[in-house]
Ligand binder design. Structure first.
Ligand SMILES: NC(=O)c1ccc[n+]([C@@H]2O[C@H](COP(=O)([O-])OP(=O)(O)OC[C@H]3O[C@@H](n4cnc5c(N)ncnc54)[C@H](O)[C@@H]3O)[C@@H](O)[C@H]2O)c1
Length: 276
C-alpha cells in the first residue's frame, strides 16, 4: 500500500525501535516518507531502519536518549545532514519497560525515581524534540508535530501515576505548538491512544483481563498498532491540513461511554432472562 501522500517528506518517529513507533514508521514509509528511526535502543532502531530499506523505503536509525538535550540536538543534526529537511515529528517514545511499570505505582507507593523517569522521557523528551525540530519546520514554512498520549492521561486509574501525569501534560503541547507556530505553517496534534498492543502482547495478557477490556470497547475487537499508525499518517499528511491544536482520540470508544455501561448491559440482560 503506497498512496504517495507523504512522498518527499521526512519524518522522525521517536521510540520507533519497536511497538507502535515501529509500526508508525513502517506506515509513514509506505506512504512515501523518508524515516528517521529514533530510539535509545540502538540495535532495535537499526533493525527497523534496515527492514524499511529492505522493503524499498528510505530510512536511517539514530540512537538517541530523548530525555537528553545534547542527544536530541545531535539527532536533529544527523537527520538534517542525511535528509536536509524535517516535515513530521512523531513524539512516540515513552518509558514503559517492566521495571518502570512495577515502580510507577499509586501515589502512596510511588517510587519517586520512576516518576522522574516517566516525566523525563515522556514529557521532557517530547518537549526537547519539539524544541529542536520546530525551528527547522518554521524555516520550511511547514511541518506537523504529533504527540502520543493515552487515555490514562485523561482518566484516573489504579497505578502508573507518573505515566498518567506525563501524558496529561502532553495534551497541552499541541495547543501550544498551534498557538505559537501555527501562523508559520507548523501544526501540532496529539493522538490519545487506547489499548493497541503489539500482536504478540495479547497472548501475554490473561483472557479474563482481555474480556473486561473488550467489553468496554465500543468496537468488536481491541485496537491494533496499524489502526494507530493510520491515524498518525493522517495527522502527518496534508489530509489533516486544517486540523491543529487538538487531541484525536483513537481508542475504540473506550473513553466515550458512561462508566456504568457494561454493568448496566449485564443487569438488563439478566432482567430479560428473569422476565423482569
Ligand atoms: N501500546 C498501547 O496500547 C498504548 C496505549 C496508549 C498509549 N500508548 C503510547 O504509545 C507510545 C508507544 O507505546 P508502545 O506500547 O509501542 O511502547 P514500547 O515500550 O513498545 O515502545 C517505546 C519505545 O520507546 C523507546 N524509549 C524508551 N525510552 C527512551 C528514551 N529515553 N529515548 C528514546 N527512546 C526511548 C523504547 O526503547 C521503545 O522502543 C507511547 O508513547 C505510549 O505511551 C501506547
Amino acid at each position: 500500500m503506497t498512496t504517495g501522500k507523504l512522498d518527499g517528506r521526512v519524518a522522525i518517529v521517536t521510540g520507533a525501535g519497536g511497538g507502535l513507533g515501529a509500526e508508525c514508521a513502517r506506515v509513514l514509509a509506505a506512504h512515501g516518507a523518508s524515516l528517521a528511526i529514533v530510539d535509545i535502543n540502538e540495535a532495535a532502531a537499526a533493525r527497523v531502519a534496515t527492514e524499511i530499506e529492505a522493503s524499498g523505503g528510505s530510512a536511517m536509525s539514530v540512537a538517541t536518549d530523548v530525555s537528553s538535550e545534547e542527544s536530541v540536538e545531535a539527532m536533529v543534526s544527523a537527520v538534517m545532514e542525511r535528509f536536509g529537511r524535517i516535515d513530521v515529528l512523531h513524539n512516540n517514545a515513552a518509558v514503559l519497560d517492566v521495571a518502570q511499570r512495577q515502580n510507577d505505582r499509586d501515589i502512596c507507593n510511588l517510587d519517586i525515581a520512576a516518576w522522574d523517569r516517566a516525566i523525563a522521557v515522556n514529557l521532557r523528551g517530547s518537549v526537547l524534540c519539539t524544541k529542536h525540530v520546530v525551528p527547522v519546520m518554521v524555516k520550511q514554512g511547514k511541518g506537523s508535530v504529533i504527540f502520543a498520549t493515552s487515555g490514562l492521561g485523561a482518566q484516573g486509574d489504579l497505578s502508573l501515576t507518573g505515566y498518567a501525569c506525563s501524558k496529561a501534560a502532553l495534551n497541552m503541547m499541541p495547543k501550544l505548538v498551534a498557538a505559537q507556530y501555527g501562523k508559520q505553517g507548523v501544526r501540532g496534534n496529539a493522538v490519545q491512544i487506547g489499548l493497541a498492543p503489539a500482536e504478540n502482547a495479547h497472548s501475554s495478557m490473561p483472557k479474563e483481563l482481555l474480556d473486561i477490556l473488550r467489553d468496554n470497547h465500543m468496537t468488536p475487537e481491541l485496537g491494533t498498532p496499524r489502526q494507530i499508525a493510520d491515524v498518525v499518517a493522517f495527522l502527518a499528511s496534508d489530509e489533516s491540513s486544517f486540523v491543529t491544536g487538538t487531541t484525536l482520540v483513537a481508542d475504540g470508544g473506550f473513553s466515550s461511554h458512561t462508566p456504568s455501561l457494561v454493568a448496566m448491559q449485564a443487569f438488563f440482560s439478566q432482567s430479560d432472562r428473569k422476565g423482569m
